[in-house]
Design a protein around this ligand. Structure first.
Ligand SMILES: Cc1cc2nc3c(=O)[nH]c(=O)nc-3n(C[C@H](O)[C@H](O)[C@H](O)COP(=O)(O)OP(=O)(O)OC[C@H]3O[C@@H](n4cnc5c(N)ncnc54)[C@H](O)[C@@H]3O)c2cc1C
Length: 434
């Protein structure tokens, strides 16, 4: 007989590791979290030297829901014998390398993780779901899907993807020796900035030139200030979730810099690198920063490419020649392929995005007790915190509580006196008057 689990996780990146870690000590539920990787990894292509986590280390997989958990970042520090050294080092942000090592450590300790299990297809049945995996069939009553995102490659770049035209997702695995080459980086977010800094460091060879194109007004900073950080609280997510769907995309768009700007630390490092290069090392400037450029075409040209961009500043068009093109063009969220047999039965909006309930389950026309929870698929249901680590523990706890049917983990927090939504009684009075 196929193994039967009460809960099956598809994907074991940080978000499902959180659910797995919160379920592990409970005992009463049989759970398994499947990942296609043969060993745990976290964005290895962007594990650049010195790259920092953009979130407090206290916002780890479990602490916000269970500060006594054996899977916390602090438990990791103690287990590694570096608690006091870590405190004395006074990092404002920890390196991504260290957080990745923490995630590895959790993955190794978890009893309910099954690596080397690609889930190819999920079929609904009367008594639960059948998961067709690379290691055979499994049955599960409830699913938690967290398969991550996929690199967004603009249409004009798709025909050109090859060794010298790559997405940042594959950067460290595939970046060629760029010595003497003209490199173009497309995309003005954090990944673009990290790649530019990495290329300027000379670690990949000395570039002949580096051109950085971005649609943004200038190099725009991530807003990490306190009131902006309120978007990453349970209280805000609740208020956002209650909004009508039609209002949400415009709000998400306006909040871009709260999640997708360049960290002030990275901006300063970049500015200082340029200063040192120009004035202290006497280097000829190798970097051109081209903001407000919308790349519209890419054509092969000898061994390289010609990019055509529209400049939103003066309305003109320009050509950029490059031997290497690096796409820092972000990621896409979509319904994972393994859910294809269920796709027509899921609540999706007109853009094909999940419509998630408050507890992160997606509505479908199957039995109510067979629920499908989705993580990292709810930017337009739950807001900009959804693809971020900030609320991973809270989200994990919300899902575990929903699975258990009781509030086992604390998910509340005292709100700021900030009123996102109109007070009910005031809107009623005004609307009646109008
Ligand atoms: C370079 C980078 C840095 C980031 N840094 C931060 C940060 O500092 N702070 C922050 O808040 N957010 C950050 N983020 C955003 C977010 O935290 C990460 O993207 C995070 O990895 C999302 O976790 P996830 O579990 O949803 O997806 P992923 O980490 O992508 O994990 C998904 C997992 O699912 C597996 N999988 C996929 N399909 C299947 C299948 N069919 N069967 C089995 N397994 C499958 C994959 O192998 C993978 O292991 C960063 C994102 C990137 C790209």
């Amino acid at each position: 007989m196929n193994p039967h689990f009460d809960v099956a996780g598809i994907g074991a990146g940080p978000f499902n590791l959180s659910v797995a870690a919160l379920l592990a000590p409970l005992g009463q539920l049989r759970s398994a979290f499947f990942d296609k990787r043969s060993s745990f990894d976290w964005h290895p292509g962007m594990m650049l030297p010195g790259a920092k986590l953009q979130t407090s280390f206290l916002k780890d997989l479990v602490t916000a829901a269970d500060p006594t958990s054996a899977y916390s970042f602090l438990a990791y520090l103690v287990a590694q014998g570096r608690f006091y050294r870590f405190i004395n080092a006074e990092f404002s942000h920890v390196e991504r390398r260290e957080f990745a090592d923490y995630l590895h450590w959790v993955a190794r300790k978890l009893p309910n993780l099954r690596l080397n299990h690609a889930v190819h297809e999920v079929q609904p049945g009367q008594h639960g779901f059948t998961l067709h995996t690379s290691q055979g069939e499994m049955q599960a009553s409830q699913l938690v899907v967290a398969t991550g995102t996929t690199p967004r490659v603009p249409d004009w770049a798709k025909p050109h993807l090859q060794a010298r035209c790559l997405h940042t997702h594959h950067y460290l695995a595939k970046v060629p020796d760029v010595r003497g080459l003209r490199v173009a980086v497309i995309g003005g977010g954090q990944s673009g900035a990290e790649i530019v800094l990495d290329l300027l460091s000379g670690l990949r060879g000395e570039v002949a030139s580096l051109t950085w194109l971005s649609r943004r007004q200038t190099l725009e900073a991530l807003d990490e200030t306190p009131f902006c950080n309120e978007f990453f609280t349970p209280h805000y997510v609740d208020a956002f979730h209650r909004l009508p769907m039609a209002r949400k995309p415009a709000i998400v768009e306006r909040q871009k810099l709260a999640s997708d700007g360049i960290s002030p630390e990275t901006l300063k490092a970049l500015y200082q690198t340029l200063y040192t290069g120009n004035f202290l090392d006497g280097e000829a400037p190798r970097l051109r920063i081209l903001p407000q450029r919308d790349v519209q075409r890419m054509d092969s040209h000898g061994n390289g490419w010609t990019l055509q961009a529209h400049n939103g500043f003066d309305g003109r068009h320009e050509r950029i020649d490059a031997d290497v093109v690096i796409l820092a063009t972000g990621y896409l969220t979509s319904v994972p392929e393994c859910l294809a047999p269920l796709r027509d039965r899921l609540d999706l909006d007109s853009e094909g995005r999940f419509i998630l309930r408050r507890d992160f389950s997606v509505g479908w026309d199957g039995p109510d007790n067979q629920r499908i929870f989705v993580q990292n698929g709810g930017r337009y249901s739950h807001g900009i915190a959804d693809p971020q680590l900030s609320l991973a523990a809270w989200r994990g706890a919300t899902i575990v509580n929903a699975i258990l049917g009781n509030a086992h983990y604390a998910t509340g927090d005292t709100p700021l006196p900030i009123e996102w939504a109109t007070r009910h009684e005031e809107s009623t009075v005004l609307e009646k008057a109008a």
